[in-house]
Design a protein around this ligand. Structure first.
Ligand SMILES: [Zn+2]
Length: 308
């Protein structure tokens, strides 16, 4: 039997742990864990202790089902120092600063642990699932925010300071909506579920969930149609800039909002064609993730396999 690796995809209010064998998630469980609240309520030291203890309990549970685990990979929502692999900071988990999650987990589990930015882990997962031995890939994750990852020549490119592909904070509307990062007009203020909700509020004065706005598109609600079209246009505009910089032909769009891709696709493709330089038009291949939101788990596990 081939080796098994744990991949963990950490979010602000829950995390998912999967056991991965041969690129297949053979065991998976979602754990409710309000890490965001923990970080707001407790001191940095206490919050870190709580997070690592909670992750270790989940690892222990998975190893009861799969005793042959070789190593652990974690996709974490924050900036990761490429040298120390500590969490430099995390917008969704405030208070964490140069936090070492790896060492306590390695001590408790006796396994090697790797930690990577969550969108980068998803990018690596998408690359692994493409079954290519070499190549490049851009990943754009559309959820409550917008994250990104870049694989160059089969390796993740995280940048010198661990902030490469912070695509959610590309300015797409000068003087636009205020973003959590402190700037205005960032992509994630428009091309995320929160962005679609905000666009709909601005157009109608009504607050609906992104899911309900997607349903309203089917009822020919003009504002709902516009909200998703605008998300697609801004995403395309940002991607055109990225493509001009890195010249990568394969793009995967994932995250929860990619389920509504059909509502954005036409506007996205129109704007991408307009904004790309002529040489690149028709050559940037964009596809929707087929990983059923498991790319982050698979990517984290594959990084563990590579480094473990
Ligand atoms: Zn921003």
């Amino acid at each position: 039997m081939s080796d098994a690796f744990i991949g963990i995809d950490v979010g602000g209010t829950n995390f998912r742990l999967g056991v991965v064998q041969d690129l297949q998630v053979v065991w998976e469980k979602r754990f409710q864990a309000d890490f965001s609240g923990v970080c707001r309520r407790l001191s940095a030291v206490e919050a870190l202790d709580t997070i690592t203890a909670t992750l270790n309990d989940a690892v222990t549970e998975a190893r009861m089902a799969y005793p042959s685990i070789r190593a652990i990979g974690i996709g974490f929502p924050g900036f990761i120092d490429p040298a120390s692999h500590q969490v430099i900071s995390s917008p969704n988990l405030p208070g964490l600063s140069n936090a070492d999650i790896i060492t306590p987990l390695e001590q408790c589990s006796g396994l090697s642990v790797v930690l990577e930015n969550d969108a980068s882990a998803a990018a690596y997962g998408e690359f692994a699932l493409s079954q290519k031995s070499d190549g490049d890939l851009i990943y754009m994750g559309l959820g409550t925010g917008v994250g990104g990852g870049l694989v160059l020549q089969s390796k993740l490119h995280g940048g010198v300071h661990g902030v490469a592909m912070e695509v959610g904070h590309i300015t797409v509307e000068r003087g636009g909506r205020l973003c959590g990062c402190g700037n205005r007009g960032c992509l994630e203020q428009y091309a995320s579920t929160n962005g679609v909700v905000q666009t709909y509020v601005e157009l109608t004065g009504k607050t609906l969930s992104a899911f309900d706005i997607a349903q309203a598109v089917l009822q020919h609600d003009d504002a709902a149609v516009k909200a998703f079209e605008q998300a697609g246009e801004y995403l395309a505009s940002a991607l055109a800039h990225i493509a001009k910089v890195v010249d990568v032909g394969d793009v995967v769009v994932g995250g929860g909002m990619s389920a509504s891709w059909s509502l954005m696709q036409a506007a996205f493709e129109r704007r991408l064609n307009e904004d790309l330089i002529p040489t690149l038009r028709g050559k940037v291949k964009v596809r929707i993730s087929q990983a059923q939101d498991q790319a982050g788990i698979i990517g984290a596990a594959m990084l563990a396999r590579r480094h473990g």
